[in-house]
Design a protein around this ligand. Structure first.
Ligand SMILES: NC(=O)c1ccc[n+]([C@@H]2O[C@H](COP(=O)([O-])OP(=O)(O)OC[C@H]3O[C@@H](n4cnc5c(N)ncnc54)[C@H](O)[C@@H]3O)[C@@H](O)[C@H]2O)c1
Length: 253
């Protein structure tokens, strides 16, 4: 049986760990040729090797998504390797600055915004140029529940994810007639290394995570990957500008 994204060329950022790793693996399992990217070269190469060992078609290229030259080169290399770019899952992100707003340094604020928001602008800027020329494409950005509700002690993260939803919606509207669809996924609390680090910060953060789960459990990276693959597939052809919460009712309360 044909996969959901058979033959499509897909770029996944932040693919060395967590949600990006699961997304890259699922795109490959559903028939896509996947360009994996991450700033962590060692882990990224391991993930790519694992996907190949399962029969997937993939290639890894290290890139820091906060650096425009590296992003541009990554997208050019994807097109050079596979001939085109059909879809992108822009996913790399960090928790960034933690603590009360008045205690956040400008440097930490900037690093969080650069990694979670400016990187998305850079990725979309160069992906859209390629996709618009082709007259088709699908982009999915990993946002967060913190894109629609506030997370105390995470002012920079919350601002970056709120900003990302505005950026996603603008890109969707600008491309409503170009054939390129742009959507965001808002994961709930997902069992990844990022979340584990956060939960290990102390009893208070662990309790915050448990309290934010009406469903009574963490989500899995695979559950986010399923949404990303669907949003990049032709099955979601009339979906653009959406902020899709995948969180067992966490932000609808
Ligand atoms: N885990 C959750 O509960 C959760 C909830 C909501 C949203 N998210 C979002 O999901 C995305 C993935 O998070 P995760 O939980 O899988 O985290 P993770 O830490 O497991 O994976 C993030 C990956 O991004 C990479 N990365 C970080 N900075 C980068 C940069 N400058 N350039 C390239 N790659 C970079 C890291 O090396 C890492 O491999 C993030 O955008 C995060 O904000 C996660």
């Amino acid at each position: 049986m044909a996969g959901l994204v058979d033959g499509k060329v897909v770029l996944v950022t932040g693919a060395a760990s967590g949600i990006g790793q699961a997304s890259a693996a699922l795109f490959a399992a559903e028939g896509a040729k996947v360009m994996l990217s991450d700033v962590n070269e060692g882990l990224g190469k391991e993930v790519a090797a694992h996907i190949r060992s399962e029969g997937g078609e993939t290639f890894f290229r290290a890139a820091d998504v906060t650096d425009e030259a590296q992003v541009e080169a990554l997208i050019a290399e994807t097109v050079a390797a596979y001939g085109r770019l059909d879809a992108a899952h822009n996913n790399a992100g960090i928790t960034g600055a933690v603590g009360a707003l008045q205690d956040v340094s400008l440097e930490e604020w900037q690093r969080t915004l650069d990694t979670n928001l400016t990187s998305m602008f850079l990725c979309m800027k160069h992906e859209l140029r390629v996709m618009q020329k082709a007259g088709r494409g699908a982009i999915v950005n990993t946002a967060s529940g913190a894109g629609v509700i506030a997370a105390p002690a995470f002012s920079a993260y919350t601002a970056s994810k709120h900003g990302l939803l505005g950026l996603t919606k603008t890109a969707a509207l600008e491309n409503a007639r170009t054939g390129v669809r742009v959507n965001a996924i808002l994961p709930g609390s997902i069992d990844t290394p990022m979340l584990q680090t956060f939960m290990e910060m102390g009893e208070e953060s662990a309790q915050l995570i448990c309290a934010s789960q009406p469903g009574g459990r963490l989500g899995t990276p695979q559950e986010i990957a399923e949404a990303a693959v669907w949003l990049c597939s032709d099955r979601s052809g009339f979906v653009s500008g959406a902020s899709l919460a995948v969180d067992a009712a966490a932000v609808c309360r």
